[in-house]
Design a protein around this ligand. Structure first.
Ligand SMILES: NC(=O)C1=CN([C@@H]2O[C@H](COP(=O)(O)OP(=O)(O)OC[C@H]3O[C@@H](n4cnc5c(N)ncnc54)[C@H](O)[C@@H]3O)[C@@H](O)[C@H]2O)C=CC1
Ligand SMILES: N[C@@H](CC=O)C(=O)O
Ligand code: NA
Length: 913
């Protein structure tokens, strides 16, 4: 009597009975102990070793438990949960029970559990439940083949039992199976005659799968030398059906029946049927979807287990759907509430109702992979035992729901009018739609909510009709539907109350160029939910996940033009990638390399130690559209950058599109910034508007920090007066070396050979390359100039300007050596040198490119090699200009400049600096 009073208190009081003493006083524990007085503690040496298994014919290619490898109390140590409670509950699903061999594996795990007492809940062998449902359907449809199907079911169990069992147990099982099958035949035949099966008829038939699998496992464990009983949970587990096709356990009645069961069948290893139960009137029923997990949780609560282990075929709960996020990680712990939120948002976690029974007693649930015993699994446990206190651990996981629509009801007449929300949601309820998320700004002018896409038409029709008057009168301005939406939910303990978490989430989304349509944050503080366009959802998931979870900036890159600069960049990336990953957590993946004719693509990142070989072996026909699509969409990384290492205007013409798509662009190619002004301005506007980055440091002075210095001066409020200098590595080299008896054409050939020239050296000699740099700097300084506005001195001999290939040009150039030799000699005679200079005069809004003479002591005359020298005269650097000097062309320095733009991007995207 006293027991039942206590029992009632336990189950009817909502708050968790968390105190350990509470558990010890629970009725089942002491009772159960009383009925199993002879039990020896399990010793690991008794678990079948591999040689024993061999003897018993238990060969397996599954991962078997062994004394050393099997730790069944995974995570408990970390969790500080009170230990020593004697019951442990396991649940093995259909896959775990799929074959005789797998049932043996399950037995090994049960035998390996050192808990004093074990209650093992099993599902039917895989596919059997479906087969049983089919039988009922066929009988109802009067399709006689149910008879042969039932024979198949019987055969499957007979074959399995013959492998597992022998002697009396085998005979007993087979005779019971035979009797059950005869009963089922009679029942199915009755169903067939009636053409209808009641729910309890159907539940009775279907539940046999669990009965047979529980019997087989129990007899097998007994055969292994352990006393073991099987439990038909229909005798014990009492549930009441609810209106929503679910059931509510009657804990009080179940507990009474459990005590009775124990009094009749003392055993400390019990194999119980999952899924099935009875109503208070002893009518067979089932626990519906995920029923066996629920059975395990209820049984865990009834016996006050110290742990419930759900065995399945995955390593645990992932931080995001691993099919969408390749870097998703298994979570070590999750609080009950977090698990709840995750399963609500569609993650493959336990059904929320499975968590409720164990939550009351703070019993941890561990999800483990039966095929990978080395994986510790995920422990779902009370909040205070959850792992980690770091900021990142505030966000545990991300989940998404697709195929939603947003409904937005807007109007000034809503503010301060009680009952508007109620009227809106009453209409939604009337059409039976399920509201997934609600958001209302406190201005009360609009309320928006998400419903499944398939329900939105009915919802919007209902709202239009319900609010017809308000809409006509203008009190409501619209009922708007936004189709093709998805929800991304970030789930985590207290994340919403930790400063900086939502900022980080939204920053990650913004940087991936993802627009957020609606936001909701429950005051439960366990999730922040955002609504986005469905097409952005996977990218959003990856961006958010990589920001919080990997704390690593992963960038997918497409390299266009693996020529001198592109090729050198690829080699530099190859040599530096590991260091970047280890030291700065920057993970750079080259997803594709394309030239003019061929391209290579990879899903995870090209092995840069052999990109040249791959170009020969695995190349496909180049297609820039396909290339961009592959790099941007066909992988798991949130950030994409196109690195254009060509000198091609056609490639530059794609930047705008790429920026619109959220693809960052980095380039040493001058064509976009020195092309038509309107295109350039459009590009810059788009780039500023989106959260994409466009970096082009190497377009002027190669790796020298020219662009970044100029931007720094402007951004900090300095005013540029003029920029003047030698901007061409090629022409610098030529005039630095065009001395004594050397000919002009010889030095040009040398500059080309050294990799200083443009792909076509006439770009350099004509002054166009310098003019492009002048334009780039002028536009950066705010001038609106076209290339044609720049005066240029062209050094290409007139007859060689048109209709000649690069080779022919180089071949014919020596014929014209005389012209420049004369100029150089004249300058030398006057104690001067020739220098090819570019200038931007900001106040006059002009740019120029000239061949000028400088005295030998002028700084411009002091240069060597391919040196550039650039002087900024500004309001702050007025008397003494700010001067940058150094090699301004060449493969290594230019590729290095492009590379440092890539790292700048990584740092903008969140990598540590
Ligand atoms: N060489 C240098 O010192 C510097 C070069 N740059 C710039 O770097 C860029 C590359 O120069 P280099 O590597 O010297 O030239 P390069 O001629 O060696 O390489 C260009 C590569 O791009 C490929 N290409 C051309 N059009 C293409 C297209 N539509 N699609 C795919 N691939 C295409 C070519 O086949 C070639 O492999 C140029 O824009 C140049 O102005 C900038 C600063 C310094
Ligand atoms: N051809 C260019 C390369 C850099 O832009 C030069 O010579 O400076
Ligand atoms: Na530069």
């Amino acid at each position: 009597m006293e027991r039942s009073v206590q029992c009632q208190r336990t189950f009817s009081s909502a708050p968790a009975a968390s105190h350990p003493h509470h558990r010890r006083r629970s009725p089942i524990g002491p009772l159960a102990l009383r009925f199993a007085p002879n039990q020896q503690p399990l010793d690991f040496a008794r678990i079948a070793t591999s040689s024993e298994r061999g003897r018993k014919g238990m060969s397996s290619n599954l991962v078997f438990a062994s004394a050393t490898e099997l730790s069944l109390d995974q995570g408990v140590e970390n969790c500080n949960l009170p230990k020593g409670d004697m019951w442990s509950v396991h649940k093995f699903g259909g896959t775990c029970m799929g074959t005789a061999e797998r049932i043996q594996n399950v037995a090994n795990i049960v035998l390996g559990d050192s808990s004093e007492r074990k209650l093992v809940v099993v599902s039917a062998m895989s596919k059997v439940t479906d087969m049983m449902y089919n039988l009922v359907q066929k009988a109802q449809a009067r399709d006689d083949t149910y008879m042969t199907d039932l024979d198949d079911v019987s055969e499957k169990h007979m074959l399995t039992a013959r492998i597992l069992l022998d002697g009396d147990d085998l005979a007993g099982f087979l005779s019971q199976l035979h009797a059950d099958i005869s009963n089922l035949k009679a029942m199915l035949s009755a169903i067939s005659i009636a053409g209808h099966a009641t729910e309890s008829f159907s539940d009775f038939v279907v539940g046999h799968g669990e009965i047979w699998s529980a019997q087989m496992l129990s007899y097998y464990i007994k055969k292994c030398g352990r006393p073991c009983s099987w439990m038909d949970t229909r005798q014990v587990l009492i549930v009441n059906p609810t209106s929503t096709n679910q059931v509510d356990p009657d804990y009080l009645e179940s507990e009474k029946r459990l005590e009775k069961w124990f009094s009749q069948q003392p055993a400390d290893t019990i194999i119980a049927t999952g899924f099935i139960a009875s109503t208070p009137k002893n009518i067979p029923t089932t626990l519906k979807r995920d029923g066996s997990d629920f059975s395990a949780a209820i049984m865990g609560a009834l016996v006050k287990a110290r742990q419930v282990t759900i065995w399945t075929d995955v390593d645990g709960v992932f931080s995001a759907d691993p099919r969408k996020v390749s870097e998703a990680q298994i979570l070590k712990t999750l609080s009950y509430q977090e698990a709840w939120e995750m399963s609500y948002f569609g993650a493959n976690v336990l059904h929320p109702r499975t968590i409720i029974p164990v939550m009351k007693y703070q019993i941890p649930i561990v999800i483990r992979n039966i095929f990978n015993l080395a994986a510790p699994g995920t422990m779902i446990c009370p909040e205070e035992n959850v792992d980690g206190k770091r900021l990142e651990s505030c966000v545990k996981a991300f989940a998404t729901i697709d195929n939603l629509a947003l409904v937005n009801v807007e109007g000034t007449g809503m503010a301060g009018v009680p009952g508007t929300a109620s009227a809106i949601f009453a209409s939604v309820k009337d059409v039976g739609a399920n509201v997934i998320m609600i958001s209302q700004a406190s201005s009360e002018h609009s309320i928006c909510f998400a419903v499944p896409e398939k329900e939105v038409k009915a919802v919007s029709d209902a709202l239009e009709s319900r609010f017809r008057h308000a809409l006509d009168a203008g009190r409501l301005s619209k009922v708007e539907v936004i189709h093709n939406c998805s929800i991304l939910a970030a789930v985590g303990q207290k994340m919403a109350s930790t400063p900086g978490v939502s900022a980080t989430l939204f920053d990650a989304l913004a940087k991936a160029n993802i627009n957020v349509r609606a936001i909701a944050q429950g005051c439960s503080e366990y999730n922040i939910t955002v609504v986005l366009k469905q097409e952005d959802c996977v990218r959003a998931l990856r961006a958010a996940h990589s920001r919080f979870y990997l704390s690593k900036t992963t960038i997918a890159m497409g390299i266009i033009g693996p020529g001198l600069i592109g090729g050198t960049l690829l080699d530099q990336l190859r040599d530096q990638a590991a260091v970047l990953k280890e030291k700065l957590n920057i993970d750079l993946r080259v997803m594709g390399i394309t030239g003019t004719r061929t391209m290579i693509l990879s899903n995870l990142g090209i092995d840069l130690t052999k990109w040249k070989e791959l170009q020969k072996e695995e190349a496909q026909v180049a297609d820039l559209e396909k290339f961009a699509q592959h790099v941007h969409e066909n992988h798991f990384f949130p950030n994409t950058v196109m690195v254009d290492c060509t000198a091609d205007t056609r490639v530059a013409n794609h930047y705008f599109d790429w920026l619109c798509k959220g693809i960052h662009v980095i380039t040493p190619n001058k064509k976009a910034n020195s092309g038509p002004l309107d295109r350039y301005l459009k590009l810059r506007t788009q780039q500023r508007k989106s959260y994409t980055h466009y970096f082009y440091e190497a377009t002027v002075g190669a790796g020298l920090p020219i662009i970044s210095t100029l931007q720094g001066l402007l951004e900090t409020g300095d005013k540029i007066l003029s920029i003047e200098g030698i901007f061409s590595g090629t022409l610098s080299y030529i005039f630095n070396n065009f001395k004594g008896t050397r000919t002009f054409s010889d030095v040009v050939a040398e500059a080309k050979e050294a990799g200083f020239t443009e792909p076509d050296p006439r770009e350099d000699l004509s002054g166009t390359d310098v003019a492009r740099k002048v334009i780039i700097l002028a536009r950066e300084s705010g001038l609106k100039l076209e290339l044609s506005d720049i005066e240029i001195v062209n050094l290409v001999p007139e007859p060689l300007r048109e209709n000649l290939s690069i080779e022919e040009f180089m071949h014919q150039l020596p014929k014209f050596d005389g012209d420049l030799t004369k100029e150089r000699n004249d300058a030398e005679a006057a104690g001067e040198v020739l220098r090819y200079v570019g200038a931007v005069d900001v106040s006059k809004e002009q740019g120029s490119v000239k061949l000028r003479r400088y005295s030998k002591d002028h700084p411009f005359a002091q240069l060597s090699g391919s040196d550039n020298i650039i002087a900024f005269t500004t309001m702050r650097y007025k008397n003494q200009p700010l001067i940058i000097r150094g090699p301004g062309a060449g493969a290594e320095v230019t590729a290095g400049g492009v590379f440092s733009d890539i790292l700048r991007l990584a740092s903008y995207l969140g990598a540590p600096s």
